[in-house]
Write a protein that binds this ligand. Structure first.
Ligand code: FES
Length: 200
């Protein structure tokens, strides 16, 4: 977040090749920016629906083993999740205080190479996430009508409050930017991989 962006409500977001330099958090701009990426990494969801009988039997055989493993893994995951938050130098999110409810803006955190998106819900709460989709790194955008984050490359969708995957091929939630309110200002203070429900 550079000081020169202080007066701008919207900041450049995608670092994908071909992204417009003056892009903001708008669906049409994101779709235009990721079109080359989508061509390079085609993804046919129809292919996933084709499951052979053999694959299905293998799936059943593996299920019982997986259930046991997941029970053991759950405890380990809970312990690991607490270590996934990385702390970085706090940085003010420029323009956050004047962001209207139901709107979003783009910023960079923790470095200028890390694009992020800040959302203010209709209730006035702030949430922020790394903008790279966890599938193939296309930039997600805020879909105001449906109030969720969507990825235009392969139609992935994320919960706007938790970053959890709602549908589509993304394998894990968006990385969450940890926020802190300082008076009317909103500051980014850390980044966390995985699920984390928190607003400021
Ligand atoms: S890059 Fe494939 S769904 Fe986002």
């Amino acid at each position: 977040m550079s000081s020169e962006n202080a007066s701008n409500e919207f900041i450049d977001f995608p670092d994908a090749e071909g992204a417009p330099s003056d892009a903001h958090s708008d669906e049409s701009d994101v779709r235009r920016a990721v079109a080359p990426h989508q061509r390079d990494f085609p993804y046919e969801r129809g292919e996933e629906a084709h499951v052979t009988r053999r694959e299905f039997c293998n799936f059943l055989a593996l299920t019982s083993t997986a259930l046991f493993a997941s029970a053991v893994g759950f405890a380990a995951k809970a312990a690991l999740d607490s270590r996934h938050t990385e702390t970085f130098a706090p940085a003010k999110v420029e323009g956050a205080e004047s962001l209207a409810p139901g709107a979003a803006l783009n910023f960079h955190y923790p470095t200028e190479d890390d694009t992020a998106i800040l959302i203010r819900t209709h209730e006035g709460d702030y949430y922020a996430f790394g903008q790279k989709c966890t599938h193939l790194a296309c930039p997600v955008y805020y879909e105001r009508q449906r109030q969720r984050l969507e990825c235009p490359c392969h139609e992935g969708g994320f919960d706007v409050r938790t970053g959890n995957v709602l549908y589509g091929p993304p394998p894990r939630p968006l990385d969450q930017i940890v926020l802190e309110r300082r008076g009317a200002e909103v500051w980014a203070v850390g980044r966390k991989a995985g699920e984390h429900e928190r607003s400021v």
